[in-house]
Every structure is written in structure tokens, then in C-alpha cells.
Design a binder for this molecule. Structure first.
Ligand code: SAH
Length: 496
């Protein structure tokens, strides 16, 4: 029965500490704020009680007294409580007050520091808050108070003289007054300054100017909270050290329409390249019941997708069988992902065609003797492969292992899709079901990325022309194609 005051970091889920993740995964109660990473609660227990105490769209937040009361009450009742706060709980987070309330009530507490925005947002903007040559001290300052308030808790003259970097939290709206007051108190008007909006998040933006001009520049760029402002020579280093906003897909939103269970690999690749990956699954894989293949019956077994492999083995395992059921057969796989899924289950595919479509497999099988083939695949699939094998005189068993069914987008996913710069389609069923689910056309302005010719055809059937078609028809190929389109777009914009 401990209350943990836990820092969630500035927004990038990767900056949640190992300790924070461990506590979140076992908490009975999680009391959380608005500025926490979007995925922070994903691994909470299904039974955990989640209590939101942040501000609702700029409205009133739950009062600090009320938050303290909830923490004390749940803690005293013996629950494992996580009080999750943006950044670090003891840096402008009122964590100190919560700890005092717990102490007064005799409820044990622990503090888990977090990565604070005042360090992380500049770091992601390419600005080190200290530097041997440029700043030997850093001050974290609240920008919450109006600097001309007569009873201000801040000593502006001292801040103006402060020999190092000044980092302001909560100060975007008052940036004008803050800068003016610092200059009035003697700080150099030409000192470099920066504002970092939504630091560490996919849409991070940074404005660099001088103390005299930063407020104006930030306003021109419509910088909004959450943002930190920084005054110091170190702001100049951004020119050399910018990295996060320079990543190839930085600032772009990419929708992933494949099934939720398969989306994470592609989403992770896109995020690593700097994109905001929006998961808008339009399909779901529903395994079909049925018997496993009869061991030893086939001399060729064809698998056409990783889903097919996993469903086929599920059937084998359920019947007490394993990979030895195919011991006498040649195994063919369409696509490296399918081959990988087989290898994970102890089978190395004999044939993996160069082209990852049924036609490619037909070509690859040209010289291969086949008497009785098993084609294990989705219920709805093209008949290119069975037809071609039958034509060659083979007996063909087609085993429908799973169905691809529609997954409805919820309202948040629809909204997110609406701001996508790219929408990726990894199969014709993602095209069909997404359009069905939307009931209207795709959002305007998004560029459509197709994994290959079959998926592109599905788009054309709906009157849509793909902007990008992968020349390698797998996830790597799709990411590559998207990247080169984004680069071309940037070049185009740069020349304009
Ligand atoms: N405890 C938090 C700060 C809470 S005060 C921490 O340690 O980071 C809220 C202020 O933090 C915001 O007004 C903004 O100035 C800053 N902030 C929080 N998240 C931010 C982000 N992702 N990018 C820039 N500033 C952020």
C-alpha cells in the first residue's frame, strides 16, 4: 500500500522510465494528468481503476485538495497507487504538495523521477541546456506568473543576471512580457532564445530567434502550449545539433490500415523514421475452425501470408501435431514475412519467389514436380495459384484458414485518419474495408501508398489512383517507397 508519485516524461513513450512502466503494469489505481504519453496506460491491468484529474479542454482541473484527498484515501485503503504526472513529479508538478499530504496522513509514498520537459524538449530540438563553452548553469523558471505582478515570487533582476541558460515552463502566453522584463532588467536583447512546442512528440516544432524577437516569432508560428522557452547562448547550437526534426518522416502523419495485430511492426518502423503513425485498422483476421491437414498427404505446401502460417500451425497444434506433418513435402512461401513465420515454427521454406505475389510463386514452381498440393490461405483469395497448379495436372486442396473481416473505425480513429499525410494500404482488403467503414471517400489531401499492383487495382476499383506503389511488395518495400516519396515532396517544397 504505497502511493508512487511517478514522472511520465515529456511525451515520447520511450522516455517513460523502466520503473514507471513496472509500477504502471501492477497498479490498482492510476491517477493521471493530461500531459502524459499517449500509450502510458496501455499496459495497465484491466482491473486497474483509472482516474483522470487533468484539465478538460482548457477548463477547470480537479482541485489539488481533491487530488490529495483521492491519493490519501486510495493509499490508506491499501491500494497500489500510481500518481502519474507529465515530466518529473517534483519539477513544477505539485508532486511536493502531494507528498506532504501523504506524509501528513501517514500514507507511505515513493517518488519516481521522470525526464523533465525543460531538459528533454531542448535536447530533442538539438539544444543542450548546458555546454562547456556556452553555459555552466541552468535555471528552471515558472512562466506562469505575470512578470509585472508586484508580489511576483520571481526575482527578475536576479534572473536577468543569471550566468547561464534560463528555461521557462508554462510561459508561451506570457513570452512577450517575460522577454521584455528580462531585457528591462539588463539581459542582452541579442541573446539567442528558442521555443520548443510539443517537445519529444511527433509534431515537435522549434523556433529560434533572439530574446528581443522570440515572442514575435513564436506568435507568427502560432506556437501553443505545451512549450518551453529557453534563453541562452546554447540555443545557437541547434544549427549544428538538430536531429529529431531532421528525421526523414518528421512532421508527417502516416495511417496504418492493416489489422491491429499486425500494425505494430509497420507503425514502429514509421515512428523510428520520425512519422506520427496513426493506427486505423480497417480489417481484423478471424481464424476459421476446421481440421488440420492430413500428415503426409501433400508433396507441396504453399503458404501465402504470415497469418496463414500462424492459423495453420494453430490447427496442427490443436490436433497434437507439429511441423513434422510436412516432413515429406516441399514448402513454398510467398514473401519473406511468411518465410520468417515458418522458420519461427521450425520450417525452412524451400521456395520463396522473387516477386511476392501468387504469380511469382507460379513462376518459381515452374520446374517443380507437384502431385498433390496444399494451399493454405485466406478464405477470400484469388485463384491464380490453385488454377495454375491444376492446369499442370496436380490435385489441389485449398484450405481456407482465416477470414479477413471489417474492423470499424471508432470516432477518434476517424478524426486521426482525417489529418493523415499518407494512408498506407497493405492489401486489397484494407482498401475495401476502409472505404466501406468510412461510407464516404478518403480524407482529401492524403497521399495513398499501395504495397503492390493488386492493392493498387483495388484502389482503382474505387476510383482512386495510388500516389505511391511499392516496387517490393512487402513492408520494407512499402516503407522505402513512402520514404522516397516524402523526400521528393521535401525537395519539391524546398525548391518552391
Ligand atoms: N512536471 C513537468 C512540468 C509540468 S508544468 C515536467 O517536469 O516536465 C507544464 C509545462 O511543462 C508546460 O506548460 C510546458 O512548459 C512544459 N511541458 C510539458 N510537456 C512539454 C512538452 N512535451 N514540450 C514542451 N514543453 C512541455
Amino acid at each position: 500500500m504505497t502511493v508512487h508519485l511517478v514522472g511520465a516524461g515529456p511525451g515520447d513513450p520511450g522516455l517513460l522510465t523502466a520503473r514507471a512502466l513496472e509500477l504502471l503494469a501492477r497498479a490498482d489505481v492510476i491517477v493521471y494528468d493530461r500531459l502524459i504519453p499517449a500509450t502510458a496506460l496501455d499496459d495497465a491491468r484491466a482491473e486497474a481503476e483509472l482516474i483522470y484529474v487533468g484539465k478538460e479542454g482548457g477548463g477547470e482541473s480537479v482541485s489539488q485538495e481533491e487530488i490529495n484527498r483521492v491519493l490519501v484515501e486510495r493509499g490508506a485503503a491499501g491500494a497500489e497507487v500510481v500518481r502519474l504526472k507529465g515530466g518529473d513529479p517534483f519539477v513544477f508538478g505539485r508532486g511536493g504538495e502531494e507528498a506532504q499530504a501523504l506524509r501528513d496522513a501517514g500514507v507511505p509514498f515513493e517518488v519516481v523521477p521522470g525526464v523533465t520537459a525543460g531538459v528533454a524538449a531542448p535536447a530533442y530540438a538539438g539544444i543542450p541546456v548546458t555546454h562547456r563553452d556556452a553555459a555552466s548553469a541552468v535555471a528552471f523558471v515558472t512562466g506562469h506568473e505575470h512578470p509585472t505582478k508586484p508580489d511576483s515570487a520571481l526575482d527578475w533582476a536576479a534572473l536577468a543576471r543569471f550566468p547561464g541558460t534560463l528555461v521557462f515552463y508554462m510561459g508561451v502566453r506570457r513570452l512577450d512580457a517575460i522577454a521584455a522584463r528580462l531585457i528591462e532588467c539588463g539581459r542582452d536583447a541579442n541573446e539567442p532564445a528558442a521555443v520548443v512546442e510539443r517537445g519529444t512528440l511527433p509534431g515537435q516544432r522549434t523556433v529560434v530567434a533572439t530574446l528581443a524577437t522570440i515572442a514575435q516569432r513564436a506568435q507568427e508560428a502560432s506556437i501553443r502550449a505545451p512549450a518551453v522557452a529557453l534563453v541562452g547562448q546554447v540555443a545557437e547550437l541547434r544549427d549544428q545539433l538538430c536531429w529529431f526534426e531532421d528525421r526523414p518522416l518528421a512532421g508527417l502523419s502516416v495511417a496504418v490500415t492493416r489489422a491491429r495485430a499486425q500494425a505494430s511492426g509497420l507503425a514502429a518502423r514509421l515512428r523510428a523514421l520520425g512519422a506520427e503513425a496513426i493506427e486505423t485498422p480497417s480489417i481484423r483476421i478471424a481464424p476459421l475452425d476446421g481440421p488440420p491437414p492430413e500428415p503426409g498427404r501433400h508433396d507441396l505446401v504453399c503458404l501465402t501470408s504470415p497469418n496463414g502460417v500462424s492459423c495453420l500451425f494453430d490447427r496442427l497444434f490443436a490436433a497434437g501435431l507439429d511441423a513434422r506433418a510436412f516432413s515429406g513435402a516441399r514448402v513454398a512461401a510467398i514473401g519473406p514475412g511468411t518465410a520468417r513465420a515458418l522458420r519461427e515454427r521450425g520450417v525452412i521454406a524451400d521456395i520463396v519467389p522473387e516477386r511476392f505475389v501468387a504469380e511469382g510463386l507460379v513462376e518459381a514452381l515452374a520446374g517443380v514436380p507437384v502431385r498433390r498440393a496444399l494451399i493454405a490461405r485466406a478464405a477470400q483469395a484469388r485463384d491464380v495459384l490453385p488454377d495454375a497448379l491444376r492446369e499442370r495436372g496436380a490435385e489441389v486442396d485449398v484450405m481456407a484458414l482465416y477470414e479477413t473481416v471489417a474492423e470499424r473505425l471508432d470516432e477518434a480513429e476517424r478524426v486521426a485518419l482525417g489529418r493523415a499525410d499518407y494512408i498506407t494500404f497493405t492489401s486489397s482488403s484494407t482498401v475495401r474495408f476502409l472505404l466501406e467503414s468510412l461510407g464516404r471517400g478518403l480524407p482529401e489531401g492524403a497521399r495513398l501508398v499501395s504495397i503492390g499492383p493488386v492493392t493498387s487495382e483495388a484502389l482503382r476499383d474505387h476510383g482512386l489512383e495510388p500516389h505511391v506503389e511499392a516496387s517490393r511488395h512487402d513492408i520494407d518495400g512499402l516503407v522505402e517507397a513512402l520514404l522516397s516519396d516524402a523526400r521528393a515532396g521535401r525537395r519539391g517544397a524546398g525548391e518552391a
